[in-house]
Structure formats: structure tokens, C-alpha cells
Design a protein. Sequence first.
Length: 284
Amino acid sequence: MPRVAYVNGRYLPHRQASIHIEDRGFQFADGVYEVIAITDGKLVDIKPHLDRLNRSLGELNIAWPVTRRAFGLILGEVIRRNRVSNGSIYLQITRGVAPRDFAYPEGLQPSLVIYARSTKKASVATASQGHAVVSQPDIRWKRCDIKTVSLLPAVLAKQAAAEEGVADAWFVDEDGIITEGTSSNAWIVTPKKEIITRQTDNLILSGITRQTILKLASGAGLTFTERPFSLEEAKQATEAFTSSSTALVKPVIEIDGTPVGDGQAGSITRQLIEHYLNYMDNPS
Ligand code: PMP
């Protein structure tokens, strides 16, 4: 079945889906995006994702390209036309098309691109497969709370990881503190079974999966704290994992070549995977 993408008001076959060369997203990475998981045809945590999109747009003074209600309808239509029952939807809004100039004119019509991708529905077995990460210096700007399409530091860090034969990288700041993954939030479990993830501020993206996991952990009576943790502390953790809308809860079993705990998905991580997969079946 041919894949269909939505581009500025039209549903197009992927091969014909394109944007203008003077789109500011292409020229300056002047745009924002969201990625939302789809389970059994339903969008997981749609409201917080659209709230975060609204915030990203507001911080950059970009208008919604269509009303929020129309937006929801278009998302549904892209899912329907691509017959996605499990997978994810990617949407990007840029400031729009204008002659190249760093400063932008008022009143541009923002560009909107949406496409969906099918994947196999995650099971506890597939979701529990761990992966190794390497640390990489966090060279990003100081507004990582905005979900912009400006992702070059993540591209370079993930490429460096790939060249070391490892799946992903965790960013480390100048003080040796882990900020987050290239496209995920970072978590550890201490020897005292306390779940730790960094507090949200301007230096990380406030993950929607992160928020949901905190709620699920709280509901399950697990102990957690939002505080900074260093690379050294992470290497001595009993468990580690990442969270994101695409990788869900993903065990991290090795950091810079050091096995985390016994080098397998830990018991708290497994519990959170089960809670999260159940939640995806019935998102609130
Ligand atoms: N941090 C970064 C830098 C990311 O790119 C992502 C994924 N888009 C996340 C965290 C996780 O966010 P979410 O749980 O909303 O997918």
C-alpha cells in the first residue's frame, strides 16, 4: 500500500510529498515537531503531546497552521489513509516560506507536514531487549525544552555511538551530569531501589513518556526522585533505562562499556515496561 503524507493541506504519495526550498524549516531549522505513538489505531497521550506542541510553537512565536481541532482530524486521517494500527505519527510545523533572511516577516503561513509509520506492536519480550549507550558531550543550546527540528547535536552523538557499534548516546554536561539521551529521557535505579530521572528545566525536553512513567511509578508505589545524576553514578546504578514515545521504556544494559547491574534489564525496569504497555492499551 503506498504511504500517504499530509503536506500543507494535501494528502500526497510519499514520493511527491515535498516542501519549498525557501521553507524556513529547511533554511534555518526554524520549526518544531512531535512524535506520537499509535497503539491499536489510537494516539497515545495525544493531549499532552499537543499541549507541548502548543508550548513549543508559543516559545518560538509560530502560529498554529490550522486550528487544534482540525489538527486532530488531520492526524486521524493520516493514520486512516496509511492504515496504521501500531506505530507512530511524525508531525512538523515550520515558520513557513520566505526569502532567506534570519529575521522573519510577520504573518507567514506556517508549513505543516505529517506522516505515519507502522511498526510491530511492542510486547513485554520485545520491549525488554536492552541496549548499550556511550556518553557524549552535550553540545546543545540552552533551550532543549523546545522540541525544535534543530537536531544536529543528536545526529552527531548518535552517529558517534553507531561508529562505536552501540545503539545510542547519553548526553553529559560539563559537570559530568547526564542530561538526557539523544532522543529520550535518561533514568537510573540506585542500589537502594530508588528511581532517578533528571528534573525538567531548559536543558532537557520534558518527555511525555517520562511524565506518564512518573505517574505509573507513583501509582505502583515505587520510589522516585527527580534530581541530577552523574555519569559516574549511572555506571554504579543497578538499573538504567530510557523513555520515549518510540522506544517506550528501553533498558540500558551498558554505559561506556561498563555493564549496568548484571548487564540485563532490571526488575524495576521490567515492572515499568509492563505498566507502560498496559497503559498504552488504555491511555487515560
Ligand atoms: N528528549 C529528547 C531530546 C527527545 O528527542 C525525546 C523524544 N522526542 C525525548 C526526550 C522523549 O520525549 P517523549 O517521551 O515525549 O517522546
